[in-house]
Design a protein around this ligand. Structure first.
Ligand SMILES: NC(=O)c1ccc[n+]([C@@H]2O[C@H](COP(=O)([O-])OP(=O)(O)OC[C@H]3O[C@@H](n4cnc5c(N)ncnc54)[C@H](OP(=O)(O)O)[C@@H]3O)[C@@H](O)[C@H]2O)c1
Length: 333
């Protein structure tokens, strides 16, 4: 059995966009397990937008990622050694086990994955896991779309956005996706079934949004913020709802001003920010529903899989610039 671990640490905090020198790859010894601990061989690492703002030293809903410590992140893996009565070798588990090949964790930090042969393990980090559950909650609990309403979703080809659009269509809504570039827009329409998809890089994007929303917008699942949100605000219907899920345009750069924020008042919009980890009560129901949809072929998903732990930083930098389609993962072979 190996006695060495490989892990990425945060070496320095970014000034502006993150870069490869903000990360350090280290080799560390694997120490013997204590009672109640479990050793996990991580198989997939989830790369998520929240990792970028956590690299900054600023007040947020969680403490910043500490310097010199293993980069935080969710993984799925298998138990290779256990000193806990609750886990045995070979169990598949999910946890915040970090950017590393092996994790040594208390058994209380792990969730056993009930293996379903019709739902791939990797989706536990994507459409049937945290991002899918985020989509499910923000759409069903905050936007609560009614049949015939128009729902707009930015980052529509991504892990969260692709699920939002499909669930909204299943509820009878008209879906307008927003994505970067013609290739992504084609995927959003052809694979994820949105009615329309607009390219936010098009200089005429605000006019295109106006034409694509003749009945205005009833619900905005907001993943991006910045100029995209600024174009959406004047198109909101009276008493529209915005599920404020993410603001990725401001994670790597200074936020741009929202010139149209007054339209939130004029259109009497309900805006609700949310963080999905604060709603653990809905996770089992949402996850089971999403897994059933995947198994029955009613929920389509894509994964961008980067090979090897050594490439994890590039995967995060790529996510910030739109290199991914669907859920960004790192395969830890
Ligand atoms: N509130 C919560 O609990 C919660 C949970 C999970 C995720 N989130 C948020 O949900 C959002 C989506 O997360 P995800 O995991 O599904 O990521 P994702 O959509 O799979 O990947 C991020 C995408 O954001 C888009 N993007 C990046 N910079 C942009 C910019 N300046 N303007 C417009 N689009 C930009 C890119 O797509 P394009 O190529 O299409 O531009 C990129 O592919 C993020 O804001 C994230 O923070 C929130």
């Amino acid at each position: 059995m190996t006695t060495e671990n490989r892990q990425w640490q945060l070496a320095s905090r970014p000034h502006g966009a993150a870069s490869l020198d903000n990360f350090r790859l280290v080799t560390a010894p694997l120490v013997p397990l204590q009672s109640g601990q479990v050793r996990v061989r991580n198989r997939y690492l989830s790369i998520d937008p929240y990792m970028r703002p956590r690299m900054d030293d600023r007040r947020s809903y969680v403490d910043p990622q500490p310097l010199g410590e293993v980069m935080q992140g969710e993984t799925v893996g298998e138990v290779v050694e256990s000193r806990s009565p609750h886990f045995k070798t070979g169990d598949h588990v999910l946890g915040m086990l970090g950017w590393q090949l092996y994790a040594t964790a208390a058994d209380t930090e792990l969730t056993r994955i009930q293996h379903r042969s019709d739902v791939p393990l990797s989706t536990r980090l994507g459409c049937t896991g945290m991002p899918g559950i985020t989509a499910w909650y923000g759409l069903k609990h905050i936007i609560q779309p009614r049949a015939g309403e128009t729902i707009v979703v930015a980052a529509a080809s991504g892990a969260v956005g692709s699920v939002v659009g499909q669930l909204a269509r299943q509820l009878g809504a008209r879906t307008v996706g927003i994505a970067g570039g013609a290739r992504k827009c084609a995927i959003v329409k052809d694979e994820f079934g949105f009615d329309v998809c607009l390219d936010h890089r098009d200089p005429h994007f605000p006019q295109a949004l106006l034409q694509a929303t003749p009945d205005f917008i009833d619900g905005d699942f907001e993943n991006v913020g910045g100029p995209v949100l600024d174009a959406i605000l004047p198109r909101m219907n009276a008493h529209g709802r915005i599920a404020l899920c993410g603001f990725i345009s401001a994670y790597d750069a200074k936020p741009t001003p929202l010139n149209n924020f007054v339209c939130a008042l004029l259109n009497r919009v309900k805006i609700q920010g949310f963080i999905i980890t604060e709603h653990p009560e809905i996770w089992p129901e949402a996850s089971t529903e999403l897994a059933d949809l995947v198994a029955s072929g009613k929920l389509h998903y894509r994964e961008s899989v980067t090979d090897g732990l050594e490439n994890a930083p590039q995967a995060l930098l790529g996510l910030m610039t739109g290199a991914n389609v669907g859920k960004q993962l790192v395969k830890l072979a």
